[in-house]
Design a protein around this ligand. Structure first.
Ligand SMILES: [Mg+2]
Length: 301
C-alpha cells in the first residue's frame, strides 16, 4: 500500500524528532539520536507524534469523511485537533502548535472563511503547511491551485504555497517515475520553474534549484526546511539514515524529520522503516487503517 509508505514515514520521522526539538546542532553532534527516545523537549513518552502528524492525519480524515477536499471541513478538523486533542497519540493531548497556524485557526474560529484565514505576511513562512501537505501527493491529477489552497488554510504566502507544490511534485515523481533521488528533485524543480517563471518568489528557491545545499540547518523557515530535507535525501541511501540525519540537525527536528520521512518513506518503502520504531508509536494502527481508507479514496494506487 503506497499511502502507508509516505505517511508512516512522516509520522516516524516526527516521533524521532519530538524529544530533541529546539536542541542545537552541536548538542546533536555530541549526542546524536540513533533511535526512538522518550521525554526530552516536550516530556512525552517514546513514540509520541506532534502537530506535524496530527495535522497530516486530520487532512486525510477530512478528505476520507467528505470524499473530497472540503476546505471548511479540513479547518474544522484542525480546530478539533487544536481545541479537543483529536488526532493526538499522547495522554496529555496536543502539546505544540506553530504561531502562524494558531493565528490562522483563531481567525477561522472567529468566523473568517477557510481560504481567507491563512497568514500572508513574510513572517508567515514557517514550515507549518509543508509538514501536513503530503496526503495530496496521492491524489491523481491534483492541481497546483488545490495544493496552494490547502497550504493557504494556514500558510497563504506565495513562498509557502510554492514550497508545498514543489514538495508534492517531488513526491509525485517518486510515486510515478523510476529515477534516482536527484533526478526526482530536478524533475520537480523544472516543473516549478516553468509554472512560476514570472514569480519573484522563485528566487527564494535558488539554492534548491542550483543544488547549493552545503550550509543547511533544521530551520523553521519553509525553504530552509526544504533545503535541509533535500540535503538529507541526497546524502544518504536509506530511510533510517535520511531521517536520523534530519533529526540530528536539531532546531525544528521533528518537522524536518517528518518532511524528510514522508519522501524517504515513499522512495524506500514501508519495509525500509525500522519496525521497532513503528512499534513504539501508540495508535499507529489507527493511522495505518486511515491510510487504507485514504488509498481507496485515491482510487487504489
Ligand atoms: Mg511538531
Amino acid at each position: 500500500m503506497k499511502v502507508k509508505d509516505g505517511i508512516i514515514g512522516l509520522v516516524v520521522g516526527d516521533a524521532l524528532g519530538v524529544p530533541v526539538e529546539f536542541s542545537g546542532r552541536y548538542d546533536r553532534m555530541k549526542d546524536p539520536v540513533i533511535g526512538m527516545r522518550e521525554y526530552g523537549a516536550h516530556n512525552q513518552p517514546k513514540g509520541t507524534w506532534s502537530d506535524d502528524s496530527s495535522m497530516t492525519i486530520a487532512t486525510m480524515a477530512s478528505i476520507v469523511n467528505k470524499n473530497k477536499i472540503d476546505y471548511e471541513d479540513m479547518m474544522d478538523e484542525f480546530i478539533k485537533w487544536c481545541r479537543n486533542d483529536k488526532y493526538t497519540n499522547s495522554d496529555s493531548g496536543r502539546f505544540d502548535i506553530g504561531n502562524t497556524t494558531i493565528r490562522s485557526l483563531t481567525r477561522y474560529y472567529k468566523g473568517t472563511s477557510a481560504l481567507e484565514s491563512g497568514g500572508t505576511d513574510d513572517r508567515d513562512n514557517g514550515n507549518g503547511s509543508l509538514m501536513r501537505i503530503l496526503p495530496l501527493a496521492y491524489i491523481k491529477d491534483i492541481n497546483y491551485g488545490t495544493i496552494e489552497s490547502v497550504s493557504s488554510l494556514t500558510h497563504a504566502h506565495i513562498i509557502s504555497r510554492i514550497a508545498c507544490v514543489l514538495y508534492i511534485e517531488i513526491a509525485k515523481s517518486m510515486l510515478e517515475n523510476d529515477l534516482e533521488i536527484h533526478e526526482h528533485i530536478e524533475w520537480a524543480c523544472d516543473k516549478i520553474k516553468d509554472h512560476y517563471y514570472d514569480s519573484p518568489a522563485l528566487k527564494s528557491f535558488e539554492k534548491i534549484f542550483s543544488n547549493d545545499l552545503g550550509d543547511v540547518r533544521g530551520r523553521t523557515f519553509v525553504v530552509g526546511s526544504l533545503e535541509c530535507v533535500i540535503h538529507c535525501l541526497l546524502t544518504t541511501n536509506n530511510y533510517k539514515d535520511a531521517v536520523l540525519k534530519a533529526v540530528n540537525f536539531g532546531d525544528d527536528a521533528d518537522t524536518t524529520a517528518a518532511i524528510c520521512g514522508g519522501l524517504a518513506g515513499i522512495y524506500y518503502g514501508y519495509d525500509s522503516i525500522p519496525i521497532e520504531w513503528i512499534d513504539t508509536i501508540n495508535k499507529i494502527d489507527k493511522v495505518e487503517s486511515l491510510c487504507e481508507k485514504y488509498e481507496l479514496f485515491c482510487g487504489g494506487l
